[in-house]
Design a protein around this ligand. Structure first.
Ligand SMILES: [Zn+2]
Length: 255
């Protein structure tokens, strides 16, 4: 069972036993003796309030941690499972009533949808697709600094897909809006669920076609072309952005 308090997950190296629960997957606590007897520990997740949360954390010698910590401690597979649990939990919390008729929503037996008991409307957990793209030019990679980022970290460009857009159109629009550059030769790289709060990151590589870099000054306050040996501080090794950057460095023979 994954236990959440707000957007924090209860993590302990000692009390988590990563058993496969079969069809439902997920991981569970090895011992339920320290959990309230009324809890059904076969469910995927449980939310607790501040008061209960602190007591449980101290009894299990565990700590409330950001979901990203799961990745560094337990790896990508567990991060994805915990992230999925977090997204469903969040969605269920926000979808107690039908937004059309106000009727009570309840889980469907046949899939992961919610059914309105009054009007029969069925809804599914939202996903927000976003592109992330590594643009290269003559052995250099386009890296930018986000104006909201408190660190000096630089990364590749990203943005949400808008209604009516193909992924290729989103890439062209985002790169043009953010740095004024036209791209070509867009190729799919890979994807990654990103539960902050419900994104699906779709990674691509592309080549520069025309234009000089002009950061938009709003979202990005700096951007440039960087050879691998001159890279500024880049994201840690858990994100698709880092995978794109590492892939570029490898292709340039620098890693
Ligand atoms: Zn309804």
């Amino acid at each position: 069972m994954l236990i959440f308090k707000g957007d924090k997950l209860l993590i302990s190296d000692e009390t988590y036993d990563f058993n496969d629960l079969g069809r439902d997957g997920g991981r569970c606590l090895r011992s339920s003796k320290d959990l309230p007897a009324s809890w059904d520990i076969t469910t995927h997740w449980r939310e607790v309030g501040d008061a209960d949360g602190d007591g449980i954390a101290s009894r299990l010698c565990a700590a409330w941690e950001d979901l990203r910590v799961v990745w560094t401690r337990f790896g990508e597979e567990d991060f994805v499972k915990a992230g999925a649990a977090f997204q469903y939990m969040n969605w269920l919390r926000l979808t107690r009533f039908c937004s059309v008729c106000g009727g009570a929503m309840s889980p469907r037996e046949e899939d992961k949808g919610l059914l309105c008991g009054s009007c029969g409307r069925v809804v599914y957990a939202p996903l927000h697709p976003a592109i992330i793209v590594a643009v290269e030019r003559d052995g250099k990679l386009l890296l930018a600094h986000n104006a909201r980022m408190p660190t000096k970290r630089y990364s590749v460009l990203a943005g949400f897909v808008e209604p009516g857009e193909s992924l290729e159109q989103t890439i062209a629009r985002e790169v043009m809006e953010e740095v004024g550059v036209e791209v070509q030769d867009v190729r799919y790289f890979g994807s990654q669920p990103w539960p902050f709060p419900c994104s699906l990151m779709l990674g691509f590589t592309a080549r520069w076609k025309s234009g000089e870099i002009h950061p938009d000054g709003l979202e990005l306050n700096d951007a440039g072309w960087y050879a691998p040996e001159d890279f500024p501080e880049i994201p840690p090794g858990m994100s698709i952005s880092r995978k794109l950057i590492d892939d570029f460095a490898v292709r340039m023979g620098k890693r």
